[in-house]
Design a protein around this ligand. Structure first.
Ligand code: ATP
Ligand code: MG
Length: 424
């Protein structure tokens, strides 16, 4: 029988919240511990796993915990490495769960914990990470026991801003940044993400700080996308050696919070994902009106840039330090995927439409019923984002060119051609 302890960092210290117990991934069940349930400041780790003494079914357990794991190539590589089946989420979680998205830590009974610390990475090592595709990043995930959701090659690193040095976290030491590699098949992915983040910021969308790490002359194989973790609190929480460490804040994505498996993150037939997302935030966010406006603004922006990969794991809820407050997390993974001509299908239905080519301002007006906002408010936000869109994109382009990333030239035009903006 396997037994994985689940811990959550609350106010800077790890607290045991429960265990996942079972013979295999097929029958493993999560249950909150009695002590956690009885403690005065316990809060659920997911909206889909409310506090109770119940033994959650294998499906509900898997929906939440598998949602913490990498997907696609990175996941297959980790599974191969530990000689597990890629569907055996429990084994992968036992291997990687030392640091996850948010504030969760998973430790299998009997596994020794390593000492906390940071290992300085030379710029050559950072360059290797940019150049080597997913294999080097997978090795780092294994070394750091770090689990980051999503399909692209990425690692969690510590960035010391004053010195500009990068470190590999060890033991329970937290990472401060998520660092993503370029994509071998899709060119200029790093610049694409950064241009979209800068444009979003220009339009008043809440985004974390991000920048491009250039280990050469800005070619795809030399650059990485770095984003400062919004699920880390940087207000002086102590030190490891000379390095200030942040504390962890909890987060969960909409697939986890709605109890939808990661494998169903794209809505194929209309099952009301959009309506369910808005109902969820209205019921659970501390400031529901702010959260719903923020979510809608972001959805409009993703349409305008032509981001067909804006599935329900690319929107998240962020918990406050004591887990009492819930807000919509800042925007992440906003990439104009339309420039690669991947698919014309958006990731969920909007106003009964999935195909981006058939969407326009009316589609967004028609969604007002589903999202529970008045038509006026729905369109006010859409029109605001659309009105400032081209100029925001131009400013973002200029910023990147000024930073020396000439590779961005042409991207703006492609985004304007291929995104929803062309139809508005
Ligand atoms: N700045 C950030 N702070 C905290 N968490 C973040 C940040 N950026 C991304 N994340 C988390 O990391 C996960 C992976 O990031 P991201 O979605 O960018 O990766 P991806 O591999 O490109 O995903 P996908 O499979 O959707 O293409 C996200 O689901 C999100 O929960
Ligand atoms: Mg993602």
């Amino acid at each position: 029988m396997r037994n994985l302890g689940v811990y959550l960092e609350i106010n800077g210290s790890f607290c045991h919240v429960g265990n996942i117990v079972g013979n295999s991934s097929a029958d493993a069940c999560f249950q909150y511990s009695k002590a956690y349930l009885e403690s005065s400041d316990s809060h659920p780790i997911s909206i889909a796993l409310p506090l109770s003494g119940e033994i959650f079914s294998p499906e509900r357990t898997k929906n939440f915990f598998e949602g913490l794991l990498p997907e696609g190539f990175s996941r297959r590589a980790v599974a191969d490495w530990i000689k597990a089946d890629e569907n055996d989420y429990l084994s992968i979680l036992a291997m990687l769960g030392r640091e996850c998205i948010g504030a969760i830590k998973i430790v299998e009974n009997g596994n020794k914990e390593e000492e906390d610390g940071y290992e300085l990475l030379s710029m050559d090592k950072v360059k290797e990470l940019a150049a080597e595709g997913a294999s080097r990043s997978t090795q780092i995930l294994m070394e750091t026991h770090l689990s980051l959701a999503g399909a692209s090659g990425k690692v969690g690193l510590y960035y010391d801003e004053p010195s500009g040095d990068w470190y590999l976290p060890k033991g329970n030491a937290p990472s401060t940044h998520i660092v993503k590699q370029s994509h071998v098949r899709f060119s200029k992915m790093v610049l694409n993400e950064q241009i979209c983040m800068l444009a979003a910021k220009e339009l008043g969308i809440d985004v974390p700080e991000s920048f491009v790490i250039n280990t050469g002359i800005g070619e795809d194989s030399e650059i990485l996308y770095a984003t400062k973790r919004y699920d880390r609190d940087f207000t002086g929480k102590g030190k490891i050696g000379k390095l200030e460490i942040p504390s962890r804040l909890h987060q969960e994505d909409f697939a986890q919070a709605l109890g939808i498996p990661a494998s169903e993150k794209y809505e194929k037939t209309n099952s009301g994902y959009l309506r369910r997302m808005f109902e969820l935030i209205r019921r659970n966010c501390t400031d529901p009106i702010a959260a719903q406006n923020k979510l809608w603004r972001l959805i409009c922006f993703n349409y305008l840039i032509g981001n067909t990969d804006c599935h329900i794991k690319n929107y998240s809820l962020l918990y406050g330090e004591n887990l009492k407050q819930i807000s919509l997390a800042p925007a992440y993974d906003i990439v104009a995927t339309g420039v690669y001509g991947m698919t014309n299908e958006m990731s969920f239905f909007i106003g009964d439409e999935l195909d981006i080519r058939r969407m326009n301002r009316n589609t967004f007006a028609n969604a007002s019923g589903e999202i529970g906002m008045t038509k006026n408010q729905t369109l006010k936000i859409f029109d605001e984002v659309a009105a400032g869109f081209e100029s925001a994109l131009s400013k973002a382009t200029e910023t990147l060119i000024a930073e020396g990333f000439q590779g961005v030239t042409g991207l703006k035009e492609r985004i304007l051609e291929t995104g929803g903006y062309g139809n508005v």
